[in-house]
Design a protein around this ligand. Structure first.
Ligand code: NAD
Length: 302
């Protein structure tokens, strides 16, 4: 049986780890949070006392961590997991992180005879729970093929994409999030202005959805706000601003000016400072509601 070390058991990783166990892997788990580790034990994982202890003897290491500093610390910091892996092991790094930290970790892995792919995910906690995440992978074809049974335990097989060499997964995931948060701000502005101009919100939404200006965000994702004022706390503003900052950093590294992305990032930084680190990912919409002194909710209950 393939022995798996799973590190990072938060909103996403907790569900992902349980799905890996359900798929029949032998899982040892670690998280700094004792509560998260206890919940993983209850689903069948063997708890470890440190990242290195978790990784020792594993065939595959899976990580789902907040961002670049934690990825660097867990993989290559003092007492890090890569140094504890045996040569021939495979690292599947599934956090939304930076290409730069990924490159450094991959170099450390290569020096130890360990393979590594980046495989960040999309789909919110609901799809982490159902094991149907979208996965954006970067790395060698052979390493990707080896990782596939694990990825299929976590994601929807139709939405597991091998995008190119190491770092491609991180890049695509950052750009996907950037585009989604641009849509969130555009939707908030259009709906706040429309409602203030006296247009019925139900009719405004229907007209926009049936126009060339439609987006997935407008048609589907904004509905949790319109239905019940739910800004989705499953993905915290602390992580949202981390992702948007990484996307703007990436643009800077490759030398492409991204005025819109930088502005949208700052709007989300404002929303985080207004509503807190743990506020839901659609909190930017609340800023517009507050500015316009309205609540964006259906006029009729639908
Ligand atoms: P989270 O903050 O809920 O979970 C992260 C976990 O990592 C926590 O349990 C924390 O205790 C643990 N951790 C932090 N540092 C650690 C260390 N040094 N050693 C061991 N454990 C450590 O975050 P999340 O929402 O589960 O997101 C995880 C990753 O997935 C992030 O990179 C995020 O951007 C990405 N992501 C999240 C969502 C979402 O909807 N929540 C969706 C797609 C992608």
């Amino acid at each position: 049986m393939t022995r798996v070390a799973f590190i990072g058991l938060g909103h996403m990783g907790g569900h992902m780890c349980r799905n890996v166990i359900t798929a029949g892997f032998d899982v040892c788990a670690f998280d700094l949070d004792a509560g998260a580790l206890r919940r993983a034990r209850e689903t069948g994982a063997r708890p470890a006392g440190s990242a290195a202890q978790c990784a020792a003897g594993a065939d595959m290491l899976v990580t789902s961590l907040p961002g670049p500093p934690q990825v660097e610390q867990v993989l290559t910091g003092s007492g890090g997991a890569i140094a504890a892996l045996a040569p021939g092991a495979l690292v599947i790094e599934m956090s939304t992180s930076s290409l730069e930290v990924g490159r450094r970790a991959q170099a450390a892995a290569r020096a130890r005879g360990v393979e590594m792919i980046d495989a960040p995910v999309a789909g919110q906690t609901i799809r982490a729970e159902s094991g149907t995440l979208a996965i954006y992978a970067g790395g060698d074809s052979a390493a990707f093929t080896r990782a596939l049974p694990m990825l299929e335990a976590i994601g929807d097989p139709q939405q597991i994409f091998h995008l190119g060499p190491h770092g491609s997964g991180y890049a695509v995931k950052l750009l996907l999030n950037l585009t989604w948060f641009v849509h969130a701000v555009a939707t908030a502005e259009a709906m706040a202005v429309g409602v203030k101009a006296g247009v019925d919100i139900d009719k405004l939404h229907t007209a926009l959805v049936n126009s060339p200006a439609n987006s997935n965000f407008l048609e589907h994702d904004v509905r949790s706000v319109l239905d019940r004022g739910d800004y989705d706390e499953g993905f915290a503003m602390k992580l949202v601003t981390k992702d948007l900052g990484l996307a703007v950093d990436l643009a800077r590294v490759v030398g492409v000016p991204v005025e819109l992305a930088a502005l949208v990032e700052q709007i989300h930084v404002r929303a985080r400072s207004r509503y807190g680190d743990q506020a839901g990912e659609m909190s930017a919409i609340r800023l517009y509601e507050e500015l316009a002194e309205i609540e964006l909710r259906w006029h009729t209950s639908s």
